[in-house]
Design a protein around this ligand. Sequence first.
Ligand code: IMP
Length: 441
Amino acid sequence: MPNIVVVGAQWGDEGKGKVVDVITPHVNVVVRYQGGNNAGHTVVVGREKYVLHSIPSGILHPGCRCVVGCGVVVDPGSLIEEMESLVQRGVTLDGNLFISKNAHLIMPYHPALDRASEAKLGKRRIGTTGKGVGPAYVDKAARVGIRMADLLNEALFREKLELNVAQKNRLLREIYDAQTFTVEEILNQYLRYAGWLAPYITDTALLLSKWIDSGYSVLFEGAQGTMLDIDHGTYPYITSSSTTAGGAATGTGVPPTRLHGVLGVSKAYATRVGGGPFPTEMQGAIAEHIRGRGNEYGATTGRPRRCGWFDGIVARYAVRVNGLDTVALTKLDVLDQCETVKVCVGYRYRGDVLTEFPEDETVMAEAVPVYEELSGWLAPTGGFQLEAELPAKARQYLARLEELTGVPLCLISTGPQRAETILVEDSPLTRWFPSVRSSLP
Ligand code: IMP
């Protein structure tokens, strides 16, 4: 049974949730491998709306086991809120939710440091979600982080907490002139969390290994997107985790040799939240139009997203660094009323035209996109079941994107509903999961 990684091929918010929802009925396990509650997606099941930040959306499919891997940073308060809301609505967590002992905790001083650091950075600020994700990964790398397993050992937890609170209070007071924390307050709060979470904390790497041995199929659900990867993204305007496919191995303990394929998710245009280079960013009326039609506001922070044209350089780079086998393209319908659609095929930089993503941040910041302009289709794309039924100009657009990325499309989404999905008949996705068609109306 295949173990497949789903990653964002742009700057996050590509619509991975919908793609994961289509695949989930055909796997036994869904795993989150990086990020924290900076991610967020809204899942609508019938009349119920669920907003999930840390728990894989697979939890809404009865019988699907969900794992929060060691690469994730967990805010236990936010996680428990999510769990309570699921339980109240009849979702069974026991036997379905497993949290890695090695996942690091987001502590109350992390969001405080996140906000204080952003304020200090001024015009170089990242535009973070303010959830403390970056500072939690800082502690992980600095080897002073506190992990899920520590919650189960009060003496060890207290010792690590005392060390951290002393250190962070100094930082908060002396560098940032911000409010400080007391050990007792955090200890009491986190011991209450420990009582709630203890039954779910386990050695998830071992569990995953046994499940894979027994023939289970695992879906690795990436959060954020390729261009926000700590190593491969537009550093320093990135999130602090490995959002690319390699993170699926390190963030779960499942070795790369047991992964069978990678599916990238990309919008038919592009968006980005927060600061950092975004060469194809649109301005003015067209940006407003796309933001409105695409409802481009952050699921976690509600911030308006920056909107841009499809960037073929970024797409090809995402194929390369993730080893994408195929791409699911979302939100094609958002472009339905555009008279022309632009696709970036190169970056002009000081007299040269670059056709590969420049890893140098100063080059990326000055890159001016070279566009190809295609004629818009000015017709609805929603509701079709077959690619052949789409307007001819929309098909030409898709063909050009396929040509630019060099990998086949496997799915085209033309709206939020399941019925608004076109499954490409013969693609890596249908080969991995031959019964995937049955998840669509
Ligand atoms: P952080 O992850 O909160 O540290 O934020 C770092 C950068 O990643 C900021 O530009 C955020 O807007 C961006 N970011 C974090 N999570 C998401 C996401 O789920 N979607 C899109 N952008 C995100």
